[in-house]
Ligand binder design. Structure first.
Ligand code: ZN
Length: 219
């Protein structure tokens, strides 16, 4: 059964706490939190204080996606603020392996994020250290993009490798996922689905229910 992870970036900030409670009640097990530094990506979003403030409002896994340069600097403080999973970009780390080890040493799950142009040999090198492989299905940190179809091959390759090696990896997809394309990413092998606008435009509870239903039909 795949997990729906609403992206906080698209939430209504006037009532964040209420929206987190709605996510939990509607069966979204994760909340996906994008942290942006204005340097690795051309945008700014979210910090430790906000994560700390939201922790405990609802029973959700706090899935923190660090779109920042040298994320190792923030790992410990993010975990203390409430992160249950921390994912870092391959290209943002001068030492990816050490960064993933640092996350795991904090007692939480570690993820590696692959941009559309990140090559396959990159994730193969750090395969054993990553619990989650997050595939960006758009370019990170920019608004209004379309789902990039080529990323389906990468998802399939990761799932194949996970099956062949017998080492389970969560495959998370992030970027312009909606009820129209969720089937493709699930069929390719993804099991954690980040979605923003498709869930927050309109009625959040209904949209989560519809997406879960759509996902169940594809599994
Ligand atoms: Zn994200």
């Amino acid at each position: 059964m795949c997990i729906i992870a609403p992206s906080l970036l698209e939430a209504d900030y006037k009532c964040l706490g209420e929206q987190l409670k709605t996510m939990e009640k509607s069966g979204a097990e994760y909340v996906h939190i994008d942290v942006m530094d204005g340097s690795f990506v051309p945008n700014l979003a979210c910090g430790m204080k906000m994560i700390h403030g939201l922790k405990g409002v609802a029973d959700l896994v706090f899935d923190v996606h660090l779109m920042v340069n040298e994320p190792v600097r923030f790992v410990k403080r993010m975990q203390e603020a409430g992160a249950d999973v921390i994912s870092v970009h391959y290209e943002a780390c001068s030492n990816v392996a050490e960064t993933l080890k640092e996350i795991k040493q904090c007692g939480i799950r570690a993820g590696i994020v692959l941009n559309p142009e990140t090559r396959q040999k990159s994730y193969r090198r750090i395969w054993k250290l990553a619990d989650v492989i997050q595939v960006m299905t758009v370019h990170p940190g920019r608004d209004g993009q379309h789902f990039i179809e080529d990323t389906l091959d990468k998802i399939k390759d990761i799932r194949r490798r996970s099956t062949d090696t017998g080492e389970w990896k969560d495959i998370e997809v992030d970027g312009s996922i909606n009820c129209g394309n969720i089937g493709k990413v699930i069929k390719a092998g993804a099991n954690i689905i980040v979605s923003g606008k498709a869930l927050f435009n309109g009625n959040l509870a209904e949209n989560i229910a519809n997406m879960k239903q759509q996902a169940a039909m594809e599994e």
